[in-house]
Design a binder for this molecule. Structure first.
Ligand SMILES: *Cc1c(COP(=O)(O)O)cnc(C)c1O
Length: 396
């Protein structure tokens, strides 16, 4: 195949926002009605919460400014004591340990295996001294939730799911984000639903929901505009700090219009991922870890490992040859200052050494594959990766 013939796929650009939003956006601009609590009822943010809760099949949904805000509020809503120990995977985005620190808790990093999922042995060992568990389904890879939920349940420890990058993933047919006590999602532009910024917290627990709603900034009696749990709110009014992490109406309109797109994006993303995975696996240069048997993925990117022993230098060379052909591939641990490499989280006291996770990060490759890419564009990406690997190998 002539690789140079096609323009390089734009893996960082988004799909257009459905044009049906325009009348509602114009109405909001004309009236200036941007704050979620101005309208008596049916503000865009409230409608988004209603529809998202229905989509997920949960009792409560709270729209906030980001997934990081949702993670922070989850910890606060659980009323964990200062210094509580929160297990997180050592392979996640820096926003996750940051949310833990922000909530005055201490992140405890758990080893991750070369299939990008939590090492269950290390998890069980560290669960003994833990107060909460925050599972990042990093890049949409689901850790063994049967094991994690069972062990946490026996220990009486709450599980928060960071499903920022897992909207649409199923685990034994159940929606990811609904398995733990609280689920958190992101609408930042590189996620499945693009609001620029934005997040959502879901739960079935009325006390957790009431606490999160108030702390998100439902001051005075604005909690009355959240349906369904009058009593719980009376318990908490004026007894919790207000962190003001609300979403505003323009974001909600843009996000809500994309909920009907989720199913198609999940289907196309999975098809694209599996198409490229097969080519990479067949090449002999790469291996793409399989989904777990319980897992139906919703990927918008692909992660893979090198087959055989590759030096740091070879892996770097592979990255830069691919880049010359305009395919952006990052080896997590080799790109400068990567926010997913735990040794860069220098804001943590006592950064631990986690050899298994470090080895994985030093070789795991990451390529974005948004749902809208065509088969020709997928071929371009796959062929370029293989060519870069073969050139790297012959140069040695
Ligand atoms: C994007 C992401 C976040 C942060 O989401 P924001 O909405 O940008 O705060 C957290 N965790 C994971 C796994 C993510 O992919």
């Amino acid at each position: 195949m002539k690789i140079g013939a096609l323009a390089a796929p734009k893996t960082y650009s988004a799909e257009p926002i459905p044009s049906g939003v325009l009348p509602e956006i114009e109405r909001l601009l004309a009236t200036g009605d941007l704050f979620r609590y101005t309208a008596e009822a049916d503000a865009a943010v409230s409608l988004l919460e209603r529809d998202f809760a229905e989509h997920m099949g949960t009792r409560y949904a709270l729209a906030v400014s980001s997934c990081s805000a949702a993670l922070f509020l989850s910890l606060k809503a659980l009323d964990l004591p200062r210094g509580a120990r929160v297990l997180i995977p050592a392979f996640t985005f820096a926003a996750v340990p940051s949310a833990v620190v922000h909530a005055d808790c201490v992140p405890v990093l758990v080893e991750v295996k070369d299939n990008y999922r939590i090492d269950l042995e290390d998890f069980s060992k560290k669960l003994v001294d833990a107060d909460a568990v925050m599972i990042s389904h990093m890049r949409g890879h689901t850790s063994d939730m049967d094991h994690i939920l069972r062990e946490a349940d026996i220990a009486g420890i709450p599980v928060i799911e960071d499903a920022a990058h897992s909207l649409g993933t199923l685990w034994s047919g159940r929606k990811i984000g609904t398995l733990g006590k609280i689920g958190c999602f992101s609408f930042q532009s590189y996620k499945l639903v693009n609001g620029g910024e934005g997040g959502m917290l879901i739960t079935d627990d009325p006390e957790i929901a009431a606490r999160a709603v108030i702390m998100s900034g439902a001051y005075e009696e604005n909690w009355k505009k959240h349906p369904g749990f009058q009593n719980s709110f009376c318990n908490w009014q004026n007894r919790l700090p207000l962190y003001n992490l609300r979403m505003q109406n323009l974001s909600a309109v843009v996000i809500r219009a994309q909920l009907p797109e989720i199913e198609r994006r999940v289907r196309d993303g999975r098809r694209n991922h599996d198409y490229v995975a097969k080519i990479l696996n067949d090449s002999g240069y790469f291996s793409v870890p399989d989904a777990l048997p319980q897992e139906e993925r919703a990927p918008d990117s692909i992660q893979f490992n090198f087959v055989g022993a590759w030096s740091d230098e070879a892996a770097r060379q592979f990255q830069s040859i691919a880049k010359e052909n305009r395919v952006s591939v990052q080896v997590f641990g080799l790109s400068q200052g990567n926010a997913r490499a735990y040794w860069n989280w220098q804001f943590l006291d006592d950064l631990p050494e986690l050899p298994q996770t470090r080895n994985m990060l030093m070789r795991a490759c990451d390529v974005r594959l948004p749902a809208q890419l065509s088969t020709e564009e997928l071929d371009y990406i796959a062929e370029n990766l293989i060519q870069a690997a073969s050139l790297t190998r012959t140069k040695k």
